[in-house]
Ligand binder design. Structure first.
Ligand code: PHE
Length: 376
């Protein structure tokens, strides 16, 4: 093509363009271009935005005070009056497109945030990785078994407060003020101003954390007249340094049977039955003379059984017991010439340890599943 023909073509093209611009008007044309660029840039950038911070920057770049769309809107001022409706319409269209882009981008970011918080998707129809269901704690199991044994003999469950008073825990149980169990070193006392509506006081005595469940004997004897036959399982507290056989917090089961003519023979029968139910039909019992302020005579009971693994065939001390001291009957308003009784008290931990061959009391409180699962 000759050189001047080319020029002619260029010239024609530019003339055509000029005509075209004139047809649309210059401001409208420029604005259309400017807005198309803004929209396209936004469309391309939107999918790359991943965080709220990025989104805010993106939004500010378009619609913020120095944003591209804001600038376009400001340039309305230089548009001739008769062009303004058309330019305004174009601006509004673009604005609503941009708003859609903003809304979609933000919705996508929010979705991602929720997904991130929820973590990897799960399949609820899959089996759980840990199919083991929970089980009853060995101390609870032991408590229930002991209760079931005494239930067969007509004992029912009685309950008493863990925060007790000195009178119920000691005085009424014939325990003199100078008895070592009342020592601050053994028993947790509360400050004098303490109030505890669950455990009404006898007089003005101090509150303490009960050091044995024998206090329930007193509350029960005051609550209802004999004959009565109860066991009282519960938590006790003593100032002990934790080691393999001691814990400042442990559990006991108290037994009390008050009736006419309850004798030592009954005590032996009840405890013999208990030993054979808990430790096998070949279990034997032995009562050794001992002392408790609230029983007379008092004994330590030992058991011997061939079914106790490495503890088999040895005498093992398992509880204190005796006949209810007449003073305890008097203190609770009962005539000791008419009523007699037997009482016993054992540590639930001790029974469970002997039965299962557990050598450290702390296992019961450590919540180690490797230990607990063995009792499932
Ligand atoms: N309360 C005693 C103790 O904690 C046990 C016991 C209860 C002894 C009942 C005799 C009668 O050691």
């Amino acid at each position: 093509m000759p050189q001047n023909d080319k020029q002619t073509l260029t010239h024609r093209a530019s003339r055509f363009a000029t005509t075209h611009i004139q047809y649309q008007s210059a401001p409208l044309f420029l604005m259309r271009q400017q807005l198309a660029t803004i929209l396209e840039t936004a469309r391309n950038a939107a999918p790359t935005i991943l965080s709220r911070a990025e989104f805010e920057t993106f939004k500010a770049g378009i619609a913020g005070p120095n944003g591209s769309l804001t600038a376009a809107m400001k340039s309305m001022a230089s548009v001739p009056k008769d062009e303004r409706p058309a330019v305004g319409k174009l601006l509004n269209q673009t604005k609503s497109e941009i708003e859609k882009i903003f809304a979609n981008t933000l919705a996508r970011i929010e979705q991602n945030e929720i997904a991130a918080r929820l973590g990897a998707p799960i399949d609820p129809s899959l089996e759980p990785p840990d199919v083991a269901v929970g089980s009853i704690h060995p101390l609870t199991q032991t408590r229930e078994e002991i209760a079931a044994v005494f239930h067969k003999l007509g004992f029912t469950i009685a309950d008493g407060p863990e925060i007790e008073t000195e009178w119920y825990c000691f005085d009424a149980l014939n325990t003199p003020p100078d008895h070592p169990a009342r020592d601050m070193q053994d028993t947790f006392f509360f400050p004098p101003a303490t109030r505890c509506p669950d455990a009404p006081k006898h007089a003005t005595e101090a509150y303490l954390l009960r050091s044995h469940t024998s206090s329930v004997q007193i509350r029960e004897m005051l609550r209802r007249p004999p004959p009565l036959r109860i066991i009282a399982p519960g938590r006790c507290f003593r100032r002990d340094t934790a080691d393999a056989t001691h814990s400042a917090n442990f559990h006991q089961i108290e037994g009390l049977w008050i009736d006419e003519n309850v004798s030592l023979r009954d005590l032996k029968c009840v405890l013999d039955f208990f030993a054979r139910e808990m430790f096998g039909t070949n279990a034997q019992i032995r009562l050794r003379p001992s002392f408790f302020p609230f029983t007379e005579p008092s004994f330590e009971m030992d058991i011997k059984s061939p079914n106790l693994g490495r503890l088999s065939d040895r005498w093992l001390e398992i509880m204190g017991c005796g006949l209810v001291d007449p003073n305890v009957l008097k203190n609770t308003g009962h005539d000791p010439t008419r009523w007699t009784g037997l009482a016993f008290g054992m540590g639930i931990e001790r029974i469970a340890m002997l039965r299962y061959g557990i050598d450290d009391i702390r296992h019961f409180y450590a919540n180690d599943l490797r230990f607990l699962r063995q009792f499932a």
